[in-house]
Design a protein around this ligand. Structure first.
Ligand SMILES: [Cu+2]
Length: 155
């Protein structure tokens, strides 16, 4: 009888050590980062901060917040090729409106709105291609040429 108990205990210990589950990096508690789109027509548009840093393997919720008078793109091909997107989420106030899933290359946000990009960086690198290619309504100069550029670092 005692021997059977002993065997059962051994079995239960072996079971515990065997990884029968699989780790899902997208189910972590997210780290929130914010980037603001700022500026004014005919003068200057910019990302604040203009340098963003992330770590491989962590789940991030990046809030893209447009506080300016124009629509803007958050676009970096190299960055989007180095992450796994869990979702892009639209909320109005506290209310969830939509979740978009799949590969995302760029996001456009309209004035006074915010969108959340949930992702896990999967490759390290330094990317200097963050930019907004919208053209200024008055001058037709691209926001990129007005200063709306940035750098993303994945460590
Ligand atoms: Cu812009």
């Amino acid at each position: 009888m005692i021997r059977i108990f002993f065997i059962l205990i051994i079995f239960s210990l072996i079971y515990k050590e065997t990884p029968l589950y699989s780790a899902d990096l997208t189910k972590q508690k997210p780290i929130t980062k914010k980037v603001y789109f700022k500026g004014q027509r005919s003068t200057k548009y910019y990302f604040e901060p203009s340098t963003l840093e992330f770590n491989v393997g962590k789940l991030y919720k990046l809030d893209l917040i447009n506080q300016s008078d124009a629509k803007h793109y958050f676009a970096s091909t190299k960055f989007s090729n180095s992450i796994f997107t869990r979702k892009v989420q639209l909320t109005l106030g506290e209310k969830k409106v939509a979740e978009i899933k799949g590969n995302i290359r760029e996001i456009e946000v309209f004035p006074s709105y915010k969108i959340e990009w949930w992702f896990v960086p999967i490759k390290t690198g330094e990317f200097n291609d963050l930019e907004c290619n919208v053209k200024d309504k008055n001058s037709s100069i691209s926001h990129k040429d007005m200063g709306m550029v940035g750098k993303i670092i994945i460590k």
